[in-house]
Design a protein around this ligand. Structure first.
Ligand SMILES: Cc1ncc(C[n+]2csc(CCOP(=O)(O)OP(=O)(O)O)c2C)c(N)n1
Ligand SMILES: CC(=O)[C@@H](O)[C@H](O)COP(=O)(O)O
Ligand SMILES: [Mg+2]
Length: 637
């Protein structure tokens, strides 16, 4: 790493020769494979942007110029070139974030990770430069996948309008999101890729003319000067130029010299310009290139030589859903599936294999996915839209106004619900049960184990006149948690063992084993506890209020934001029923949580069995104290 370790900031790149730049690119690739194989992370995307990042940092002057990365998962090389070379704790507590992070560096402008936002940011920053008369540049790097998001097009619509407001958009076209990027836009990029456009024509002409030096240079310059007419003559530049954006490309995204030349021209242009770069996801690393599914988009710990995972975590929630979907698909021809560019990560790959005509990849377009689902349902099908919980945030209005208002039978399967941890603040699925609480008619299932995923998915797809949601966690699914009884539609997981029980513990989803542990700890303190799993947490089961009324305290525990979550809904239901029992709700506080393992985050926010047991013990003791005081008062009076 002779060169890489000497790069302490972007300006150190200025003094490197072309040969040294190539060597630096090779060093960075080997660093990435070595470092990310130890920690896990977004290996494929970063291997693809090594030369592009070097060229960007040579042509632009970050942090004065703002370099923005859409989604941000491909910012590792940017980190390496901006003084962050300790990757030993990547995505771990106290280590580097997996995305741009303002706390880490003045070179990181936005803390993203939800896709397709960068053009909006760039638009705003460019407008600010204009109003404040700054001559700084704004450069937005967006992938072909992120470009399928509607927000990107809303921004382009604005950006194209201001002909003399400088803004450089780099389209990092590796032809893939996780899997190959789909749709009309992807097809258009493919046409641009294969068109022998102006750039390639000019490069070839230059090559030929360089061999005839006498007439070569003047002729080349004449051709270059006549570029607009020449461009139209050679090949139509398509949609981008039709929109009013200057188009430069396609550029070989692994040729630093070509990249620098294109970026320099874009920088000088003085208006909005698109630089279309062709890159290869997983570049230089054979195991990634051989992985047709996702080119090592995001890996766990792997053996660097083979790319094979170090350990396999056994059955996970996604896998249970994946298998059950195939079963359901066999049983019911009306069941169709939707993914927003994440077929494999959400577990719809098996369904797609079995029923290729019944799965729709809508691109990174959660809003459209939800509305399209409303259309499918209205057309007589039952769509299952599988999406990470955090990404459904985007489609809230569509769930409310299109799916729910129209009473459409659409099932949303929310993967990665609850604390996911290592992907940081934006990836925790901690908002879904709060925002969805307000949607009339919508029902939410929070299965506690694999059997319940299967059972509740089946119950969900039976509902054809309202949206249903099935939400579960990331990673390994725990052992089955057997019910010992049933009250209304709720499973009783533990009886208090007395006619005058102290605590009703309402356990939500995957937290069932923890709730049973809490009950055990309370038992040791002489506090008798009923543990109930409502299964369907919205609407609150009608049996909840009478059950609560038989206890002295109600405690809810959920892997979701406390504000507006299941605890709030239960409290409201009890109030509505006139049940006056103290309630204490445990959940995720309304804070953005730094990246760390799920276990560390849960410990930090006090969502652990000992913490909760301690607090509940305190609460019960306080009630006992009050009770005793009342008795003393009564005896005295
Ligand atoms: C709103 C949203 N939906 C889904 C995702 C999950 N996701 C992360 S990266 C990615 C693919 C991005 O493709 P592209 O922009 O082409 O970048 P590449 O990885 O190919 O460099 C997806 C779907 C996300 N981050 N944000
Ligand atoms: C950038 C992004 O949004 C995804 O790639 C995310 O990192 C995936 O997370 P999982 O590892 O939980 O699938
Ligand atoms: Mg891509």
């Amino acid at each position: 790493m002779a060169l890489l370790t000497r790069i302490t900031g972007p300006r150190d790149l200025d003094r490197l020769s072309p040969e040294q730049l190539d060597q630096l690119a090779a060093e960075i690739r080997s660093f990435l494979v070595d470092a990310v194989s130890k920690t896990g992370g977004h290996l494929g995307p970063n291997l693809g942007v090594v030369e592009l990042t070097i060229a960007l940092h040579r042509v632009f002057e970050s942090p004065k110029d703002k370099i923005l990365w859409d989604t941000g998962h491909q910012s590792y090389v940017h980190k390496l070139l901006t003084g962050r070379q300790d990757f030993s704790r990547l995505k771990m507590k106290g280590g580097l974030s997996g995305y741009p992070a303002r706390a880490e560096s003045e070179h990181d402008v936005i803390e993203n990770s939800h896709a397709s936002t960068v053009l909006g940011w760039a638009d705003g920053l460019a407008k600010a430069n204009e109003v404040l008369r700054r001559d700084d540049h704004v450069v937005a790097v967006i992938g072909d996948g992120a470009l399928t998001g509607g927000m990107a097009w809303e921004a382009l619509n604005n950006i194209a309008e201001a002909k003399d407001r400088p803004l450089v958009i780099v389209v990092n076209d590796n032809e893939r999101s996780y899997a190959p990027t789909i749709g009309g836009l992807a097809n258009h990029l493919a046409t641009l890729r294969t068109t022998d456009g102006y750039e390639r024509f000019l490069a070839r002409t230059k090559e030929i003319l360089d061999r005839t030096p006498v007439v070569g240079k003047p002729l080349y310059e004449t051709l270059h000067g006549a570029k607009k007419g020449l461009k139209d003559f050679i090949a139509p530049q398509g949609m981008f130029e039709d929109l009013g954006l200057k188009y430069v490309g396609p550029i070989d995204g692994h040729d630093i010299e070509a990249l620098e030349s294109a970026l320099t021209r874009a920088k000088r242009f003085g208006g909005p310009v698109i630089v279309h770069c062709l890159t290869e996801k997983g570049r230089g690393y054979q195991p990634a290139l051989a992985d047709e599914a996702d080119r090592f988009h995001a890996v766990g710990k792997i053996h660097p030589d083979t790319g094979l995972p170090i350990s396999s975590s056994g059955a996970d929630w996604t896998g249970v859903f994946a298998d059950e979907m195939v079963e359901l698909g066999r049983e019911r021809e009306d069941i169709v599936a939707i993914t927003a560019a994440m077929l494999q990560p959400v577990g719809l790959d098996k369904f797609a294999k079995a029923f290729p005509d019944r799965v729709y990849d809508v691109g990174i377009a959660e809003q459209h996915g939800a509305v399209s689902a409303a259309g499918l349902a209205t057309g007589g099908l039952h769509p299952v839209f599988a999406v990470y919980a955090t990404f459904l945030n985007r489609a809230f209005d569509q769930v409310l106004m299109d799916v729910a208002l129209h009473k459409c039978g659409v099932t949303f399967v929310l993967d990665r619900a609850g604390i996911t941890g290592t992907d940081g603040a934006s990836h925790n699925g901690m908002w879904d049960m709060s925002i969805l609480q307000v949607v009339p008619g919508l029902r939410i299932a929070a299965p506690r184990d694999a059997d319940q995923v299967r059972a509740q998915l089946r119950e969900a797809v039976e509902v054809d006149d309202a949206p249903t949601v099935v939400r579960y966690s990331k990673g390994a699914v725990g052992p089955a948690v057997e019910a010992v009884g049933r009250v209304g539609g709720m499973d009783v997981l533990r009886e208090a063992g007395t006619d005058t029980p102290d605590v009703l513990l309402v356990s939500v989803g995957a937290l069932a084993p923890m709730c049973l542990e809490i009950a055990g700890l309370l038992d040791q303190q002489g506090i008798s506890t009923t543990v109930v799993d409502p299964r369907w947490v919205k609407p609150v089961d009608e049996a909840m209020a009478p059950l609560a009324d038989r206890h002295r305290v109600v405690v809810t525990v959920e892997d979701n934001g406390r504000v507006g979550g299941v605890g709030c809904a239960v409290a409201q239901a009890l109030r509505d029923a006139g049940v006056d029992v103290p309630l204490r709700d445990f959940g995720i506080p309304p804070r953005f949580l730094d990246h760390a393992s799920r276990k560390e985050v849960l410990a930090e926010i006090g969502l652990t069995a000992p913490d909760i047991a301690r607090q509940v013990t305190g609460l019960v003791s306080k009630l006992d104290g009050r009770y005793e005081q009342a008795e003393v008062r009564a005896a005295r009076d």
